[in-house]
Design a protein around this ligand. Structure first.
Ligand SMILES: [Zn+2]
Length: 148
């Protein structure tokens, strides 16, 4: 039996991106990878999947729910199928930015922060993650000084 090649764009989940970023920064003394968060939601909610989406995906796509499958479902229905109450927008009319949140483990010199971010930048760009955000209770990214 030969394996079939799929031309379809592979859907990469936030969890897969987080795990890949974790792998890239596993030896980082400065950052711990947390999660991908969504900002700037427009409209004010994420596209909401319902049991109808799940049923369509089970019938038509082997249970796999991707953006493409949901688009095909909406084409079949001839309208937006977002499950958010009162929303009739199609999936492509839902927009948000995704940001990978990193926790600071200690104060991070600006130059080191830039170097570490560069290690995951290609991964983020490839997957349309807009950038990184930093979480810390006690630490900060230190500004550059003339010795840097
Ligand atoms: Zn909606």
């Amino acid at each position: 039996m030969t394996r079939q090649r799929h031309k379809k764009k592979v859907h990469v989940s936030n969890e897969q991106i987080e795990n890949s970023a974790r792998n890239h920064l596993k030896d980082s003394v400065y950052f711990e990878v947390l999660t991908i968060e969504c900002f700037n939601l427009n409209p004010n909610h994420l596209y909401t999947i319902t049991d109808k989406h799940v049923a369509y995906a089970a019938d038509q796509a082997g249970g796999k729910i991707s953006d493409g499958v949901m688009r095909a479902f909406e084409d079949t229905e001839g309208k937006g199928m977002c499950g958010h109450k009162g929303c009739d927008l199609r999936i492509d009319a839902h927009h948000h930015d995704r940001v990978l949140m990193l926790r600071l483990k200690q104060d991070v010199p600006n130059k080191e922060a830039a170097r570490e971010i560069m290690r995951i930048k290609p991964l983020l760009e490839k997957n349309n993650v807009e950038g990184t955000g930093f979480v810390s209770d006690n630490f900060k990214i230190l500004p550059m000084n003339e010795n840097d």
